[in-house]
Design a protein around this ligand. Structure first.
Ligand SMILES: Nc1ncnc2c1ncn2[C@@H]1O[C@H](COP(=O)(O)OP(=O)(O)OP(=O)(O)O)[C@@H](O)[C@H]1O
Ligand SMILES: [Mg+2]
Length: 607
């Protein structure tokens, strides 16, 4: 229940709905009990003339309220019976109808109000998870399965929402029903009611034993749910490879294994849950039978109980079964909700390692230099970068080259502060980037990642991502600089063309040029460009090349280059090997050294 309690915090803004729900539930429980009690005089008076009350009863204080009310009701009924039996019957029927109507009206209103709370909590928890996803550092997700996170924000939140209804039934409605019913039963016959009391704790024990394993089973089910969603997600995004490598069977088996595991868990979970109703009903029938036996004896043999009262009592005893059943069902539901809430809080309470420091400054412009000072960095155990230092003065271009895995993209990850360095510091105009707000830091930078990351949206929205309210002219201008306008202008829908999932309707070079246009439109003082490794044909390479040149013009750029053409004009070329700098200088100087760089150039490959 611990996690579920934490979720309750999300309900606080909606507490007025909870209060309205509780009020309606109290009235519901009250009218529900009264509607049974109203049947007693009907049976008594219509079928047993001895109980008629001819004289209007007098109010004699609270102590005899019960007698007064019964007598008064009987008096009213009697009066009408004596005048006109059919009219009396109609009167009583009317009362029963009104009571049942009120009962159901308040039942509906209770559900009506709580709907706002449940759906409000659903929305707020989802928003909180999504905001947290946006806030958590990239490293948090590198080992997580996407599907698992998706399942937390969908299935788990749903589970919590459903169990919210249960919790209110559990703590308000059904206990009240039971209390009111028991009071009514006590008024009718204390002895018989005693039998019911004996039964309640016994059945409570039996029900909680059945519910015990429910929480762990439920978390297992949710985890498996996350796994199979991940498989769907992965399969959808790699269909080409799955089909191209004839790996359908492998994926099918993986998926079927997962769904079979899920089926096994759900079979046992649902069947355990299914035990709730029959168990409580069966236990309840025991009580009914006991009442039938003892009550029947009281009516038939001892004569201490009236037939009509006995029938109403039986009705009440049966009436207590429904809430008892609901409570046992609700306990199970809340256990499942708790498991789901635990998974939600694993995300919500995950610690964000990359946050703005307390005195973080807002850095709005770039004046002089980007310095990487003696940094070391590791993702896991092994150092990926060791004692690495470079300086990038304003207006210049620094190119990073080196074998694949030498740590080039890692530098882009560190400058943008997707990760923090382990040692050393990265400074912009002398200010450590850890002392700037993340927002202002990233405002200074344009980022073109190694693999073009595009969204299933129009070209306009993809390019306009980094600049609010950009006009079509600005977008076209950026597309022109990125050399992308030449293909966008020929599209029938132009800027409104949807580019498909991850931009799949475009060619590799077109995708690259769109992501360059996106960075150009943002027009940041510092460009970080991680050039795509994928080989392009000469024509698109020339187009992309031109786009890069246009982009770097008059800007400060850090370019991770895989192509000689990109870097020849750089002021500084940094040659990396296993996270360290092995050579540094201009193209011609490095060639003259006839060392690592020269070899790379000879192979025309910097990977
Ligand atoms: N998220 C990560 N978690 C753990 N290790 C990582 C992660 N990303 C990269 N690495 C490791 O860090 C090293 C450097 O990777 P990086 O991506 O910086 O190489 P690169 O120089 O950009 O290579 P390429 O030219 O192929 O793009 C590699 O050995 C890689 O295995
Ligand atoms: Mg890389």
């Amino acid at each position: 229940m611990n996690y579920f309690k934490k979720i309750m915090r999300f309900a606080i803004p909606y507490k007025r709905f909870a209060i309205l729900n509780i009020i309606c539930n109290i009235l519901y429980a009250l009218f529900s009990t009264l509607s049974f009690l109203a049947l007693i005089p009907v049976i008594q008076i219509l079928f047993d003339k001895t109980r008629q009350v001819a004289v209007e009863p007098q109010w004699a204080g609270l102590g005899s309220m019960k007698d007064y009310m019964i007598d008064y009701f009987n008096f009213e009924v009697t009066r009408r019976v004596n005048e006109d039996e059919v009219a009396a019957l109609l009167f009583v029927c009317g009362i029963v109808v009104v009571l049942f109507f009120l009962k159901n009206l308040f039942g509906y209103l209770a559900a009506f109000f709580i709907t706002f709370l449940r759906n409000g909590v659903l929305r707020d928890v989802r928003n909180a998870i999504y905001d947290k996803i946006l806030m958590l550092p990239i490293s948090y997700f590198s080992e997580k399965r996407k599907g698992d996170t998706i399942s937390r924000i969908t299935a788990d939140v749903n589970e919590v929402q459903t169990s919210f209804l249960s919790i209110l039934e559990l703590v308000v409605r059904e206990p009240l029903m039971i209390i009111f019913t028991i009071i009514a039963m006590l008024l009718i016959s204390p002895t018989l009611t005693l039998f019911v009391f004996v039964f309640l704790p016994i059945s409570g024990f039996i029900i909680s034993t059945i519910g015990k394993k429910l929480k762990s089973k439920s978390s297992e089910a949710q985890a498996e749910n996350g796994y199979f969603l991940s498989l769907v997600e992965e399969t959808l995004s790699s269909l080409k490879i799955v089909k191209g490598f004839n790996a359908e069977d492998k994926f099918r088996n993986k998926f079927h294994d997962s769904t079979s595991r899920l089926k096994r868990i759900l079979d046992s979970l649902v069947n355990r849950q299914n035990l709730a109703s029959p168990t409580s009903e069966f236990l309840g029938i025991f009580v009914i039978v006991i009442i039938l036996w003892f009550g029947g004896n009281m009516v038939l043999i001892e004569g201490t109980l009236e037939g009509a009262t006995f029938i109403a009592f039986m009705g009440l005893a049966y009436n207590i079964l429904t809430p008892a059943k609901q409570i046992s069902k609700a306990t199970y539901s809340v256990k499942k909700g708790d498991a789901a809430a635990e998974r939600i809080f694993q995300v919500l309470e995950a610690e964000s390692t990359i946050t703005d420091s307390k005195n973080a400054v807002e850095k709005t412009d770039f004046e002089e230099v980007v310095e990487i000072e003696n940094i070391s960095f590791r993702y896991e155990e092994e150092n990926v970068l060791k004692n690495f230092s470079i300086k990038v003065p304003k207006g210049s271009t620094v190119a990073l080259v080196g074998q694949s895995g030498s740590g080039k993209s890692t530098i882009a990850n560190l400058i943008t502060r997707f990760y923090d360095v382990n040692e050393g510091a990265i400074k912009i105009d002398g200010v450590d980037i850890r002392n700037m707000t993340k927002k202002s830091l990233r405002n200074l930078m344009g980022l073109v990642t190694q693999d073009s990351i595009l969204f299933n949206d129009t070209i306009r929205n993809n390019v306009g991502l980094g600049k609010d309210n950009s006009t079509d002219e600005e977008i076209v201008e950026a597309l022109k600089i990125a050399n992308a306008w030449e293909f966008v202008k020929d599209l029938p829908l132009g800027l409104n063309t949807n580019i498909g999932d991850s931009g799949n309707k475009l060619s590799g070079g077109q995708k690259q040029r769109l992501s360059i246009a996106r960075a150009v439109l943002k027009n940041p003082p510092i460009m970080i460009l991680d050039e795509a490794t994928s080989a392009l044909d000469t024509e698109s390479e020339r187009l992309v090349q031109k786009a890069l040149e246009n982009m770097m013009k008059n800007r400060t750029s850090i370019v991770i280059a895989h192509r000689l053409s990109t870097i020849q004009n750089a002021e500084q070329i940094v040659v990396m090997q296993k996270g360290q700098i092995v050579e540094q200088g201009k193209h011609s100087e490095l060639l003259a050294k006839k060392s690592v760089y020269q070899k790379l150039v000879e192979m025309q490959s910097f990977d």
